[in-house]
Design a protein around this ligand. Structure first.
Ligand code: GLP
Length: 268
């Protein structure tokens, strides 16, 4: 794991945007894995700005989102499709027919839908860079604690903690889905690079469990310890429970030096 600690959330977003821009500018048919939640909103703002200034075109990009709620459709304002349109897709030149979310509409078979989503990712050449946030309980996507580390795209029942954490986004009388389709942990680990963003004190415990806790389904994000190219971007608050903060800062300086001397090497 490459743990990089920044002073604040804005710097986390800027750094994440650099990773995305590098992929898109380097590869002719980049495949991006996208995430929802409040954390990546500032990343999407950075990407929209880069597009508006002519620095970045998404015209060749294909995207796969981590998850989508069940029981509401893409026109519902609470759907992750709506979130992606509002925060990114409507403001850049991405071809929406190449933007995918793991949906399962009424009457569709969730197992078939899950398999089809996995297939579509493979057909697109696999995810090059998967953006991730982290739940306060250590979930990634909607892979709640005790999700199999070998899981694939499927339905998950959300935990009470996740429902409570996300209830702030729903009006009191609004339907809050309790089920979601989500990429599995194995699906996420298939990406060539994973880039997890975490900001704020309420993520500090989950971040500690992810980086230095035991590899365990109890903390789904700890599965990233198995990934060859896992980049963890943190602000100081999210990093605050890590024991070896000095080491991560020092290691990052060394990596910057190596990159300067030998050039950035990302094996997309
Ligand atoms: C949701 C999403 C996750 C996201 C998490 C944290 O449950 N399914 O992908 O990482 O929330 O969200 P936030 O960034 O709002 O804390």
């Amino acid at each position: 794991m490459q743990v990089i600690i920044f002073d604040d959330a804005q710097q986390v977003a800027k750094s994440a945007a650099e990773w995305v821009a590098e992929l898109i500018n380097k590869k002719s048919n980049p495949v991006l894995g996208l995430a929802t939640g409040s954390t990546p909103i500032s990343l999407y703002k950075e990407l929209v700005n880069k597009h508006k200034t002519g620095e970045l075109s998404f015209s060749n990009t294909t995207s796969f989102n981590l998850d989508e709620y069940l029981g509401i459709d893409g026109t519902n304002e609470q759907s992750y499709r709506h979130f992606m349109n509002e925060n990114l897709f409507d403001h850049v030149d991405i071809d929406k027919s190449k933007t995918f979310l793991p949906t399962c509409n009424q009457g569709e078979n969730p197992r078939e839908q899950g398999l089809a989503y996995e297939d579509r990712i493979v057909q697109a050449g696999g995810v090059d860079l998967q953006i991730l946030g982290i739940g306060a309980n250590g979930h990634i996507g909607f892979n709640e604690p005790t999700s199999s580390l070998a899981s694939r795209t499927r339905i998950k029942t959300l935990t009470q903690q996740t429902l409570d954490d996300n209830s702030r986004l729903f009006a009191a009388d609004e339907f809050q889905p309790t089920l979601a389709m989500t990429m599995g942990i194995a699906t996420i680990l298939d990406a060539r690079y994973v880039l997890l963003m975490a900001t704020g004190k309420n993520k500090a415990k989950a971040v500690k469990d992810m980086v230095t806790g035991a590899l365990s389904a109890v903390c789904p994000a700890s599965s990233l310890q198995l990934h060859e190219n896992a980049i963890i971007l943190l602000d100081k608050e999210a990093a605050s429970e890590l024991d070896d903060q000095e080491y991560y800062l020092w290691a990052d300086k060394q990596n910057c030096k190596i990159n300067l001397e030998f050039g950035l090497y990302h094996n997309y």
